[in-house]
Design a protein around this ligand. Structure first.
Ligand code: ADP
Ligand code: ZN
Ligand code: ZN
Length: 818
């Protein structure tokens, strides 16, 4: 590559890339994927080398200040993918790259200083100034960051002083990453039997001479193979001392082995791949046949427990044998541990983890392992789609329908969609798996965009659970907890507990009372920052807003009339927990929602309780709905299936169907059959009836008609423009202004003929955290005109769109319509 000029993406909200000159002494270090420090306006900022610039002919070209990396921190093959992502989501390229990289990597100012031999001599010889002596003295205690020196020393330490000292050879400057504690491999002592018959060792012991415990140990090792000292100790307690003397006697050897632990702290034992079922074999063969023929996407529709993960494992093995890498995406961090364990059992060291639950240091380690080629499988949530592999053969998106793949905020990418794009860029396969595929993806199997493969039966004997619908309307007059715990549900719970089996109760609403209302005047208690009712949390004894976090003590009065008589309507998981405890005082009840899992490790403790069966009844929000595999759960109670139905969102029915199917899928995964009690105010709603019958096709057929009639995705593409502002009037005015520009653009060009400009309207939640919210929707059969329109809105009408106290954000393929 021509080294005198480079194209750089800046990690700032700017849409262009920039050309910089390279001073000659940096020539040999230039390569795409490295970070550079560049002057930008009056600032110094980080940028990413993309390659050779398109043009190099400015007079006033600026030069890079520094190259920050020894080797690239992402492969150059990813650059087209980054560019595509930036264009499509209309987000600055440098910011896209920045969000793709692990957090810790964006820290570029940790310069580590260390004293040299020359420096040490200089102190003794007193050949340096007093300021320099102070710095060198400080460094004698060990190397340290430049920042720390500046902070610690009372004298002024300038950059130029440090640079001068470095040039004189008194100290060295090195860019260092403070990883905050690297993750060390865990080692455990293992015992191995030395067979005298192999001739490896010439042991002259006969079995007769051995003491009973020694004989036992040898027999155990003979039959089971190598065992850890820990395991041996459990079976034969005195073995801990015995094995040492046995090693001296040449009967056994003790060695250290790297082990993996599952999140419960148990070591992971390598597994043996099971014989695939006929259905699984067919799916594997079908997808295997697609390898090496360029890009394709396949939707794998497989009921819960049908062995999709086993299919992923088999395909992964095939792909890494070909020398390519594999990315596995799961929707939630809570699910990673489970899938990680299965991949580690089979592939051990080659697995890397990428998710936001890791510390900056851990994440950095995982990232560098991938860059170094030590890992060829990456497992993670959303952000793992940016794993820095050169050559990806397979990207699996598990539970592809899940809304958590969509990132909220300013860079609103959808990792499921990016998986398809990245597969395209690397000529690989995207495999989207789900028991309840998204309407969009399923539709794509009919248009020929995606292939389709199915797993129709659960592995082994277990069948899908029976779902009984309970009409909550006949429960209206019931008092207290009986309102939401119907007689049918209570009876089923009693039976299940008597059999010693476990119960899951699902309600997608946390807190105690979700709708506190003043009994005197009828007003509901609202957040002072948001247009939303507060939720009472009994445990913390406070009303809380779930949108902005605002909270006030529970002994509150009505803001309107001052009355203290507040009725606690609406129920959340906390109220269900209380009700369950009154009906089943002897049962061990636990709750899993965002309130009980805030602290690190608490989620794992609950999951462990389920596994060890120290929990009989678990109540939870959608956190319990996904993926978990606990064979002793035989009853699932859905407290109220309607909450997601009432959302102002065209995906409301789809979400409801998926949620019911997913939660139901937790029941009866073991030998005992599962049962589901589904409580609802809409027993005849098509998505509820279809979920009851495990009939995805009937759900899809009705839903797709609705989408087609009302012109919603997959029949149209959408961009949502959100307008935020602190002033109610200005935000509304600005929303109209933006809408009018769009309408003018539309009439101004035939290219925009098919674009519909809908709105503006106030968002369903019109105020969050004191910001007023409006939105408008752009619809069109193709995405191109929408992109073009928003580009022209943001770039050609910049001054109009950029209001002073208002912000406009574009959301491509929106998911959340609140
Ligand atoms: P899914 O991902 O579709 O929910 P899993 O892959 O988790 O299904 O499989 C469900 C259970 O069946 C797991 O405990 C898994 O180990 C087991 N399993 C999967 N495939 C096989 C097979 N071919 N033979 C035996 N057990 C299997
Ligand atoms: Zn009142
Ligand atoms: Zn609020």
């Amino acid at each position: 590559m021509q080294r005198s000029h480079i194209e750089v993406a800046i990690a700032l909200p700017v849409f262009n890339t920039y050309t910089y000159g390279v001073p000659e002494h940096f020539y040999h270090q230039v390569s795409p994927g490295k970070r550079v420090l560049v002057p930008f306006g009056r600032r110094k900022v980080t940028g990413y080398i993309l390659g050779r610039p398109k043009d190099t002919y400015h007079d006033s070209i600026k030069f890079i200040i520094d190259i920050l990396d020894e080797s690239p921190i992402f492969p150059s093959s990813m650059i087209p993918f980054f560019k595509w992502t930036a264009d499509y989501y209309m987000h600055p390229l440098g910011e896209v790259i920045k969000s793709a990289l692990p957090k810790g990597l964006n820290i570029y100012d940790t310069v580590c200083l260390a004293i040299t031999e020359k420096g040490k001599k200089a102190i003794i010889e007193k050949s340096v100034t007093s300021v320099e002596t102070t710095v060198l003295h400080f460094l004698r205690h060990g190397s340290c960051s430049q920042k720390k020196i500046i902070n610690k020393l009372t004298i002024t330490v300038t950059d130029s002083l440090i640079n001068r000292m470095a040039r004189q050879g008194l100290l060295t400057k090195q860019r260092a990453f403070n990883s905050g504690g690297r993750t060390k491999p865990k080692l455990e002592r293992y015992v191995s039997f030395i067979d005298s018959g192999t001739g490896r060792h010439n042991n002259d012991y006969s079995e007769k001479k051995l003491s009973e415990p020694r004989k036992k140990i040898i027999n155990l090792l003979k039959s089971k193979g190598d065992l850890s000292v820990k395991e041996l100790k459990k079976i034969i307690p005195p073995s801990i001392n015995l094995v040492r003397s046995m090693q001296k006697a040449g009967q056994v050897t003790i060695y250290k082995k790297k082990i993996y632990r599952n999140p419960f702290g148990e070591s992971i034992i390598p597994d043996i791949p099971p014989q695939l079922t006929k259905e699984q074999m067919d799916v594997v063969a079908f997808i295997q046949n697609l390898f090496g023929k360029g890009y394709s996407t396949c939707l794998l529709k497989g009921v819960t427990g049908s062995g999709k993960t086993e299919v992923y494992l088999h395909l992964t093995e095939i792909v890494i044998k070909k020398g390519c890498s594999v990315v596995i995406l799961v929707p939630e961090i809570a699910l990673i541990t489970q899938i990680e364990q299965r991949f580690r059992s089979r592939f051990g060291d080659t697995v890397a983890l990428l998710h936001s639950g890791l510390s900056a240091g851990e994440l950095y380690d995982q990232w560098t392992r991938i860059l170094a080629g030590e890992a060829s499988i990456a497992i993670g949530a959303r952000s793992a789609i940016f794993a820095p592999f050169k050559d990806i053969g397979l990207i699996v998106v598990d539970e592809e329908h899940d809304a958590s793949y969509k990132q909220d905020g300013t860079f609103c990418y959808n990792a499921r969609d990016l998986a398809v794009v990245r597969a395209k860029h690397s000529n690989g396969i995207a495999l989207l798996g789900s028991a309840t595929p998204s309407v969009n993806s399923y539709h794509n199997t009919f248009t020929g965009k995606y292939f389709k493969a199915s797993l129709t039966r659960r592995v082994g004997k277990s069948s899908l659970p029976d779902i009984t619908i309970v009409d909550l309307r006949k429960n209206r007059d019931a008092r207290g907890a009986k309102r939401f715990l119907s007689p049918e549900l209570r009876f089923a719970m009693k039976e299940t507990l008597e059999r010693g089996e476990q119960i899951l109760l699902f309600l997608n609403q946390r807190g105690f009372a979700t709708h506190p209302v003043c009994a005197a005047c009828g007003e509901s208690l609202r957040c002072k920052n948001c247009s939303i009712t507060l939720t009472l949390h009994k445990k913390t004894n406070a009303y809380r807003c779930h949108y902005c976090g605002y909270s006030r003590p529970s002994v509150s009065h009505c803001d309107i009339c001052g009355s203290h008589d507040i009725k606690l309507l609406g129920f959340g998981t906390e109220k269900v927990e209380e009700g369950v405890k009154t009906f089943f005082p002897d049962a061990r009840v636990s709750r899993m929602d965002r309130d009980t899992t805030l602290r690190k490790g608490s989620l794992l403790r609950i999951l462990q309780g389920l596994k060890k069966q120290s929990i009989d009844i678990l109540i939870g929000t959608q956190m319990i709905a996904k993926g978990h595999d606990f064979p002793k759960i035989t009853l699932v109670g859905i407290i109220c299936a309607d909450l997601s139905l009432n959302f102002p969102d065209f995906r409301a029915c789809e979400n409801t169907y998926q949620l019911i199917s997913q939660v139901s899928g937790r029941a009866g995964r073991g030998d005992a059959p599962g049962k589901v009690i589904l409580q609802t105010y809409n027993p005849n709603h098509f998505s509820i009836v279809a979920a009851q019958n495990h009939d995805f096709n009937s759900f899809y057929d009705q839903e797709i008609q609705f989408r087609s009639k009302l012109d919603y995705p997959p029949f149209t593409r959408m961009i949502r423009l959100q307008i935020f502002g602190r002033s109610k009037a200005k935000t509304g005015e600005h929303a109209f202004k933006v809408t009018n520009i769009c309408k003018k653009l539309k009439t101004g060009s035939p290219f925009f003929k098919q674009v519909q400009v809908l709105g503006p309207i106030e968002a369903p939640v019109p105020k969050i955290a004191n910001k007023y919210r409006w939105h408008l929707l752009l619809k069109s059969p193709q995405i191109k005109p929408l992109h073009r329109m928003v580009q022209r809105l943001f770039f050609d009408n910049k001054s109009d769109v950029r209001g002073r106290d208002v912000k406009v954000i574009s959301d491509i393929d929106p998911f959340f319509m609140m």
